[in-house]
Design a protein around this ligand. Structure first.
Ligand SMILES: Cc1cc2nc3c(=O)[nH]c(=O)nc-3n(C[C@H](O)[C@H](O)[C@H](O)COP(=O)(O)O)c2cc1C
Length: 212
């Protein structure tokens, strides 16, 4: 399927077929897609919790708003997308060291250049803790976009979910150093998923895109 077709066919699944499970190798592929998601200055301020068992689903359900219950209960997997609390010195060093290990720098100056850029951007984007939090959240939303699009390309249905109680989710998962910002469910549509048959609705391109 070409990219445009995928964008037309992907839709928000409201009801899943509980009997259908995503094969492990496709979950692994989607994890790689999350890992490879781009982020500003490669800051990767995220963590993803992948829930693929009935016990896991039952555990997180109290944090899900009730209208979203069927997406979590009947889908194959639920991903809780979390944002990192601290971008402290140790973490920034960890990021640059990983880039070094991955062979991204030819010289020590290259490494210092990336470290400087990282520190500069983090400080520019962090006039207040709230500003920094929102900047980090934006990176997580990019990962969401990648996940939904890639899943559709692989024939996997999905639902992005903001309808959950973030604080409750953090407590349930016992998150330390991270906060949940998004949930995404993945699986296969139920035969009676009415949303599958509804036409897609978007504002016209003339209204949302300017070509110069
Ligand atoms: C960030 C985000 C949060 C969303 N939260 C929910 C949600 O909690 N429950 C739900 O059923 N759909 C949710 N949606 C789905 C949107 O309503 C849907 O993407 C939009 O209506 C466009 O429809 P489409 O995805 O079928 O093209 C969310 C979508 C996004 C991108």
């Amino acid at each position: 399927m070409n990219m445009v077709e995928i964008s037309k066919k992907r839709y928000t699944t409201k009801h899943y077929d509980k009997s259908k499970k995503i094969p492990a190798e496709q979950i692994e592929a989607l994890c790689t897609i999350l890992q490879n998601s781009p982020s500003s200055v490669n800051s990767q301020p995220w963590h993803f919790v992948v829930v693929g068992t009935d016990e896991g689903r039952a555990k997180i359900l109290p944090a899900i708003m009730d209208f979203n219950f069927p997406r979590v209960e009947d889908s194959s997997h639920t991903v809780i997308m979390c944002v990192r609390d601290d971008l402290d010195e140790a973490y920034l060093k960890h990021l640059v060291d990983q880039e070094d290990k991955d062979g991204r720098f030819r010289t020590a100056e290259d490494k210092k250049g990336q470290s400087d850029a990282l520190h500069y951007f983090v400080s520019v984007k962090s006039p207040t803790p709230k500003d920094q939090f929102e900047w980090k959240c934006r990176q997580v939303y990019i990962a969401l976009g990648n996940l939904l699009f890639a899943a559709a390309g692989m024939g996997i249905d999905s639902t992005a979910i903001e309808g959950f109680d973030n604080q409750k989710m953090d407590e349930i998962l016992g998150l330390k150093g991270y906060k949940s910002v998004l949930v995404a469910t993945l699986g296969y549509r139920a035969e009676n998923d009415s949303n599958a048959k509804r036409p897609k609705s978007r504002l016209p391109q003339e209204e949302i895109i300017t070509h110069l």
